[in-house]
Every structure is written in C-alpha cells, then in structure tokens.
Design a protein around this ligand. Structure first.
Ligand code: SAH
Length: 207
C-alpha cells in the first residue's frame, strides 16, 4: 500500500535524523497518520509537517510527536495524561507504548474531541479516554499519572497537572516565554524539578 510505504520511509528518515529510539519508531509505524487528517490532506500525511485539522488547530509534525514520545519514554502500563487531543494521533502513538486503557486525553474544542473519539474507535483505540474541557485542570479523576504532556503552549505548566503526576513522573510540553521551548521536568512532591529545555518549537496556544 502506498500509505504504508510512505509511512515506512518517513519513519526511517526520522530514525536517522532525530536518532529516534526503536520503541518510538515501532509505535509510529503502527499508527496510520493519514486516517487522522481530513480526507483532503491525506496525500500529505507522510510529509514531516503539521497539517490543519479544523477549528484553527493542527496535527503536530511527525518529528515533533517522535521527539516528545522519546522524551516521555513511558514504560508499558504507565498512565499518561495528554492535554490537547486534537485529532488523536499523538494519543494513539502513546497508546502503542503504554496500552490504550492507560491514555487519558483532554481537548478544549468539543467537536475535535468528538472527531478524535470517532477516529480512535474506528482504528481500535476505543480504550483511550477522551473528554472535552479545559486541560489546565488536568483530569483529576484518573490521577495519579506516571507522565503528562501538553501539545499546546502556555506560559508555565498549570499546577493541577503537575499535582496529578506522581513523584518521579515526567511533565513535558512547550512553554512560551517570548519564544516557545520544549521543556521536560521531573515531578518531586507536587513541584517540578530538573527542568531541561529541548529546543525551540512552535505549538498552538493553550486556551
Ligand atoms: N495531539 C495533537 C496535537 C493537537 S494541537 C496531535 O496528535 O497532533 C493542540 C490541541 O490543543 C488543539 O486541538 C487545541 O484545541 C488543544 N488545546 C488548546 N488549549 C487547550 C486547553 N486549555 N485544554 C485542552 N486542550 C487544549
């Protein structure tokens, strides 16, 4: 199949360029990105760039998902909170690593959440939990998480999210302080410790 071949090529390029781990590469090989974008964008699904998904939002570029999955580096069975479901693609890649029942995702736009729900169900990721609402509050009902990541940029990590991640867990996402940088921090007793920057990035704003 043409899509499968294009996906294989894209991921081979990412492995080489970004020194992706084999685990992340395998997870990305398993998820059909073209099924997550609007039909008019399918032909571009295996180019390494963001694409519009409606509501002024985008699906992140494949290299960005790859880098974030590598930095989160979850173990099988880890419980992961995502803020910014968008079309559901990144959540599906995470589900390949931890199991779909361990992925909890919050999306601000109700219609994007509904569309993501439908796509995820169709592709066998029905056990991923999605809700619409303000991700700044996290999703306390399913806490504690082993890790959390944001796919939209705020000026700091909202404290409810940090508080819902266990000590030793990871919080990851773009933080805008003028320019946006991808930051990875380790949680220690409800506080973020060991914050490391991982380069400049461009994400949509946290609402
Ligand atoms: N994870 C997606 C990327 C989606 S883009 C992927 O797989 O490519 C970021 C998403 O964050 C957008 O859909 C946007 O609506 C959402 N978002 C922005 N602010 C939010 C908030 N406060 N709570 C939850 N989602 C938010």
């Amino acid at each position: 199949m043409a899509y499968e071949q294009a996906r294989g090529q894209l991921i081979a390029d990412l492995v080489e360029r970004e020194s992706l781990s084999e685990r992340t590469a395998e997870a990305m090989r398993a998820v059909p990105r073209h099924e997550f974008v609007p039909p008019s964008r399918r032909e571009s699904a295996y180019e390494d760039r963001p694409l519009p998904i409606g509501n002024g939002q985008t699906i992140s570029a494949p290299h960005m998902v790859a880098i974030m999955v590598d930095l989160l580096d979850p173990d099988p069975g880890d419980r992961i909170l995502e803020i910014g479901t968008g079309c559901g693609y990144h959540a599906a890649v995470t589900a390949e690593l931890v199991g779909p029942e361990n992925v909890f995702s919050v999306e601000y736009h109700e219609d994007l959440a509904a569309q993501a729900r439908e796509t995820l169900d169709d592709l066998g990721y029905g056990a991923i939990s999605v809700r619409s609402g303000d991700g700044k509050q996290g999703w306390p009902e399913h806490a504690p998480y082993d890790g959390a990541y944001l796919t939209c940029a705020g000026s700091s990590f909202p404290s409810p999210i940090v508080e819902q991640v266990r000590s030793g867990g990871i919080v990851l996402g773009p933080i805008a302080d003028g320019r946006q940088r991808l930051i990875r921090g380790v949680v220690d007793e409800d506080e973020l410790d060991e914050r490391e920057p991982h380069g400049y990035v461009r994400f949509v704003p946290l609402q």
